[in-house]
Each structure stands twice: as C-alpha cells, then as structure tokens.
Design a protein around this ligand. Structure first.
Ligand code: CMP
Length: 140
C-alpha cells in the first residue's frame, strides 16, 4: 500500500555532508520526498520526539546528540514506505547493519547512527505530524 514515513538525517550525517547521497538512495528505491526541512532541534523538541524512550538509559545522550546540530527532516512516500525506509537504513547499531545500508556506510556508533526512521505506520503518522502540518506535506 502507498505509505508515508518520517525520516531524519541526524547531526553526524549532516556534518559529513551526505544529505544528497542519502536522498539519492531514497529516490532510487522509489521513495519520494513529500515534505522537508532543515532544523536544529531544541532539547525540548528532541525530548518530545523521542518521548517513548524517556525511561531508557540512553535517553539523555540521545536528546543531547539530536539537539547538537542541524538535522534534515523529511516525510517520504511510496509503496510500503515504512519497511522500505527501514531496509535502506539498516540495523540501529551500525556494527549489525548489512553492507550497502545507510548506517553501514555512514554511521559511526549506535548513538551517532546517521538516520532515524519510523518503526510502524502508526508511529509514522504521529512523527510526521510532530514536524509537519498537513498543509506542508505534498503528496505526489
Ligand atoms: P533511532 O532510530 O533514532 O531511535 C532511538 C535512538 O536511540 C536510536 O536510533 C539510536 O541512535 C539511539 N540508541 C542508543 N542506544 C540505543 C539502544 N541500546 N537501543 C536502541 N537505540 C539506541
């Protein structure tokens, strides 16, 4: 089915100047960018976005890292977009990420792991709405 998912290119990958390289992988896989913005998240915004992880031991470091520099935030649209995007990203820990995935190629650690992607269709809708009003998502 045609789906949308939320993608974030994290501060480490923005600093490495690989935004276009990563967008190219989305496009080659048939995912369309339907909303996009660069933004440096405040700690409050990062905490709100990752609220489901609030009790995890890595939460403080995650919020610190995600607010440490600008990120590139986009909604992607395509057939089976949620799973397709997760396949392109590879495993959360780059040590476990399959060759050729974004995290295998650009991530340095489980914290600085280059990209975020929604883990379900339900969370994708919540995460897209967190960053983009419906009028800023251009379905195509
Ligand atoms: P992300 O997909 O953005 O979702 C939460 C992030 O927490 C995850 O990617 C990792 O960068 C980070 N993280 C750090 N430690 C862990 C861990 N042990 N398990 C899952 N995520 C972790």
């Amino acid at each position: 089915a045609l789906e949308r998912t939320l993608s974030i290119i994290k501060p480490d990958a923005v600093a490495k100047n690989v935004i276009g390289e990563i967008y190219s992988r989305f496009e080659k896989a048939g995912l369309k960018v339907v909303a996009s913005k660069m933004k440096q998240l405040s700690k409050d915004e990062a905490e709100g976005f990752y609220a489901v992880h609030r009790e995890r031991p890595f939460f403080a470091a995650l919020v610190e890292f995600m607010s440490s520099g600008p990120v590139m935030i986009q909604a992607l649209e395509g057939e089976g977009a949620v799973l397709k995007h997760r396949d392109l990203m590879g495993a959360t820990n780059p040590k476990d990420a399959a060759p050729g995935t974004i995290r295998a190629d650009f991530a340095d650690s489980i914290d600085a792991n280059a990209v975020h992607g929604s883990d379900s269709l339900e969370n994708a809708a919540i995460e897209i709405a967190y960053f983009f009003p419906a009028t800023d998502v251009y379905s195509r």
